[in-house]
Design a binder for this molecule. Structure first.
Ligand code: TMP
Length: 257
């Protein structure tokens, strides 16, 4: 039974009050949505995989000096995080042309971009997360110029690190979306990586086959989403090889618990 106070429910996650002041519990649901939830389904096992994959990525990023909200994974679906004030901007980094960029600019999908491109979207379900410029962000006070600089610099460091991490396991990091939060600690405020990084918010293509190992499998009705996410987890070394087709879902490596 879950008796904790629920603070916020999003499309794929729920936030509960944490055990200590300044902490929250982030719960990963199995819900999959696309096109601002006009397409919705429940895919058993997705939340468990995203919790585990995001934990792994946030820990790897912390190990190279990226500040994050992550404290520890608590169980199959939940992680303990630091409470932050979410900056209402989705930061997208693109390396290869795909998705909305292809539609907007008439590019060929799969084209290597001349350099990594950062875009900003204002977080608003009512408005379908419109793309905005730095001018909009500062004029409307969603973030300061210094915060934008910090988010861009962190986003590029995250992109460099994750591109290498994924390339090493035969996956191209095509693009991804991240969110940042303001962490208030000892009278000071700093920008930290928040939310999650999982195949729900990245495009991940197999280097050899160009197979999509991400939420485009759901967006484009390709099927096989859980298999794809499991493949990502397996290559990251966080799923046991050969889970003997257990019907109960993915088997997690539990050595750290
Ligand atoms: P896009 O090509 O549809 O603009 O998506 C860019 C990246 O951002 C892609 O990796 C998917 C991710 N994304 C989200 O995580 N949430 C969203 O709501 C959208 C539209 C994209």
């Amino acid at each position: 039974m879950n008796r904790r106070r629920r603070l916020y429910e999003g499309k794929a996650k729920i936030l509960y009050e944490g055990p200590e002041p300044g902490t929250l519990i982030q719960h990963f649901k199995d819900d999959a949505t696309a096109f601002n939830a006009r397409k919705h389904d429940c895919i058993e096992g997705k939340g468990v995989l995203n919790n585990r994959i995001s934990e792994h990525i946030f820990e790897r990023l912390a190990a190279v000096g990226i500040p994050t909200h992550f404290i520890k994974r608590m169980n199959m679906r939940e992680q303990l995080i630091k409470e932050v004030e979410i900056v209402p901007i989705e930061v997208v980094v693109r390396n290869i042309a795909a998705g909305s960029l292809v539609k907007k600019l008439g590019l060929e999908e799969g084209m290597q971009l001349p350099r990594s491109i950062i875009e900003f979207y204002y977080k608003s379900d009512e408005l379908d997360d419109p793309m905005v410029s730095e001018e909009h962000i500062t004029a409307f006070g969603w973030a300061s110029p210094q915060e934008i600089d910090e988010m861009m610099s962190l986003a590029l460091r995250i992109n460099d690190f994750l591109s290498g991490l994924f390339y090493g396991i035969g996956i191209r990091l095509v693009d991804f979306k991240i969110e940042f939060g303001r962490l208030f600690e000892n009278e000071a405020m700093r920008i930290v990586l928040a939310d999650e990084i999982s195949p729900d918010c990245c495009r991940l293509w197999d280097v050899e086959t160009d197979d999509k190992l991400d939420k485009d499998r759901f967006r484009q009705d390709l099927g096989g989403l859980i298999d794809a996410y499991q493949e990502v987890a397996k290559r990251l070394g966080i799923l046991m090889e050969n889970p003997q087709n257990e019907p109960s879902g993915p088997r997690l490596v539990t050595s750290r618990e």
